[in-house]
Design a protein around this ligand. Sequence first.
Ligand code: BGC
Length: 683
Amino acid sequence: MANTAIAMLSLEEKAALLSGRDFWSTHPVAHAGIPTVVLGDGPHGVRRQFGSSDHLGVTGSEPATCFPPAVAVGCSWNPQVAERIGAAIGREARALGVNVVLGPGINIKRSPLCGRNFEYYSEDPALSGALGSAHVRGLASEGVGASVKHFVANNQETERMRISADVDERTLREIYLPAFEHVVMTAQPATVMAAYNRINGVPAAENHWLLNDVLRGEWGYAGAIVSDWGGIVDPVASLEAGVDLEMPGTRGRSKQAIVDAVLSGTLEERVVDTAARRVLTLTGLVDVSHEPFDAEAHHALALELATECAVLLKNDHSTLPLTHGARIAAIGEFARTPRYQAGGSSKVNAIRVDTPLDALQTIVDRHNSELMFAPGFMPDSVPSDDLLTRAVEVAAAADVAIVFAGLPETEESEGFDRSHLALPDNQIRLIRAVAAAARQTVVVLSGGGTVTVEGWHENVGAILQGHLLGQAGGAAIADLLYGFANPSGRLAESLPVRLEDTASYPNFPGEQGHVRYGEGVLVGYRWHQTLHTPARYPFGHGLSYTTFETSDLTVTRTGEDAATATVRVTNTGTRAGSHVVQVYVSTTAGPVRRPARELRAFSKIHLEAGESRIVSLDLPRRAFAYWDIELGRWVVAPGAYVIEVCQDAATVLLRQSMTLSGDIIHRELTLLSTVDEWLTHPL
Ligand code: BGC
């Protein structure tokens, strides 16, 4: 279809296809039967704008279901959660006439300060890649295209349109590229979105190496590359570097620049043809049925999936689940006005919002017990002693006080980074005062960015990290607090004690236009574990109301430098629950410094009380490889490897060693080689 259509188009028409008709759609060409393709945000719900358009989430959009944002989905550690969200968003996109939904965002959380971390899954590429791929598959199952973003090294908002991420190639290959590579190789997304930033000085949207050599050449990507909104400076340079579609439209300016370049002989017309052909493949996604979606069913789905995402960080003396007769004090404005998504281009006009307060009231009414409420603080306003005093009175009168604390909406958003990790002072004071007065205290946290728990962690019995759970998050939290759902989320990013303990601290957010990725591959838990700088709660941490035992690890070689790890997991508690088997690889083999351990496989399984199951996880060759900058390829170093089944990134449950024969590499000897290289060379 694409080739026939291209042959019918003039140079002007082909060039017109390469930039938007307006903010959200491509140019149709009636005589060639080419329809317009509609793109829209993404990622955790559809943001369809019919009137005024913007990429900041300020001018409103059609009502749609707000599913849990990526920060929460990351903590589900369950690709099925991402896939079901993708499929539901796909149905809503079709109903709203959107053919490509902009997302998922799979950038690595390099610093907990990144203002847009709520839109990203994890600090780990394997987890981000698996979830991103599942989201794309979900959208595709409904005939809707994805736009995997932001390619690549878009890890901060400070100077986001021009910052240069100065990052060495091994770090790019091992940390920042693999999630994209995995999604491209396993799910072939309809589009990939080039990031705003520069990589080692070259804008992502003009980066021939990144787009044409790596993405298309090495990974075989056959879809279209779209710019981020307003991210093109030189349309001809971007086209030559591999960007097919510039968004939004530029009222004909880019088209003219491309036509002029061809006519003056500086741009080959076949480059225009190739890009136009790729844009035309997107017309296969156009669907005019506008079949309505079932908003009730999607709300129920949003609730079911949100319960999989919350992370029970702490639960001393089984403070949770709540007992049915207990008198409850819900404290904190977020109980009544919950945070469930964050600001910017991803902001969905939620169809409805469940509040924790209403959801708790429904449960309490069913059991004839008592629920009291005190706002305790008003986000973004000056601390109030009256609110604090009233909250303490309410807490003292209850059996359990639940403080709904978190990041105020104004403290995080697309467009800026945060400057610290603490909760607002008035909330810390509130938690401490409530904990001193209450018999038992639970803290429920909300917010898309990490907040530290220092200064109050020891004062409370339980902490449930809800992050941002989407429009049904309030009901999900109530179900989790009462044990109607069993928490099964695991942290997808380390929760540090201090900002200074985080890997990128000395180099974030950079200066004078450059941010140096000085920590190299030691991002997140790789840093904490390698430097023995403990996190308060490590990557992968999360409790349950039941207990699990992991036993009988067997590691079997399955071919050259590949293996399968098999373990038995038993639910040793009294209620059903889900457990995440986390398999890490640890080695010192090879000529490069390896992180202490790296997540290489995981699987979430649901087990009834007493049930036991054997789980097998594949460790392909790549699980053992590092990127060799001298050879420009993945290398498995000969030597010893330890396969570790972990509770979290800091806690090894079982381990088994194996030796791999690896790649035998004879590096060339020269007059500059060291004596050791001469003496150890096989020749
Ligand atoms: C964001 C993208 C978003 C686009 C369209 C940009 O500012 O970086 O993630 O999809 O706007 O709203």
